[in-house]
Write a protein that binds this ligand. Structure first.
Ligand code: PCA
Length: 212
């Protein structure tokens, strides 16, 4: 069976948990659309996170890579469209690093687009009544850093492998007044996203998540 690599992040910014880690742990070893899902955990550390991601790619030789991260404050599951070549940290990472206005890859392209079918994923989630929206920015912290590192690695060494990034909201237990989604809805969303990524090698043309 071919592998799909699914990564989550450890908690950061003093939080007790990170939904992306819990989801990757839950779906680890699942079979989806005749593919085996391999879950892995990335440190929330600039540099080390990309290093670990590359190690996992080498180890599992996946055909699709989906990296997950927490986006506190968002109310929907948000596939990311674009990774930019910029680290600009609002807070220190888990190793105390806080890069400001630094390129991720010196002389690398300004940006990469996700090669996941981001609109097909949004459409599939909405069909299942899970809030989903296409996002045009993964920020400039460790998530965007890993997303860019992933796309640079695939473009440079594994052009046949498709990959991208999906941000998820807080879990209800992480917050009182901010938007959140239940764990079951998030895991279902990521299962659907993996299935869509396998099914749609090319994205659909859609407006606001509906096929046009
Ligand atoms: N979210 C952070 C980094 C790790 C995570 O889960 C981000 O959005 O950059």
């Amino acid at each position: 069976m071919k592998n799909v690599l699914l990564t989550g992040f450890e908690p950061f910014d003093g939080q007790a948990l990170n939904p992306s880690e819990e989801i990757a742990r839950e779906i680890n070893e699942a079979t989806i659309a005749r593919h085996k899902v391999v879950g892995a955990l990335l440190p929330c550390v600039f540099g080390a996170a990309i290093k670990e991601l590359k190690h996992q790619i080498k180890l599992h030789d996946p055909v699709v890579v989906i990296c997950l991260g927490q986006a506190g404050g968002r109310a929907a599951i948000t596939p990311e469209r674009v990774a930019i070549n910029l680290d600009d940290a609002r807070i220190p990472d888990n190793a105390g690093q806080q890069p400001i206005d630094k390129p991720i890859v010196k002389d690398g392209p300004a940006a990469y687009f996700s090669t996941l079918p981001v609109k097909a994923i949004v459409q599939s989630l909405r069909k299942h009544y899970i809030p989903a929206e296409l996002s045009q920015t993964a920020g400039t912290f460790v998530c965007n850093h890993v997303f860019y590192g992933l796309m640079h690695e695939l473009a440079s060494h594994r052009p046949q492998v498709r990959g991208g990034f999906i941000h998820v909201p807080y879990l209800p237990e992480q917050t009182g007044d901010q938007p959140s989604l239940p764990f079951e809805a998030m895991t279902e969303a990521v299962r659907l996203a993996i299935a869509a990524a396998i099914e749609y090698r090319r994205d659909i043309k859609a407006v606001g998540g509906r096929e046009s």
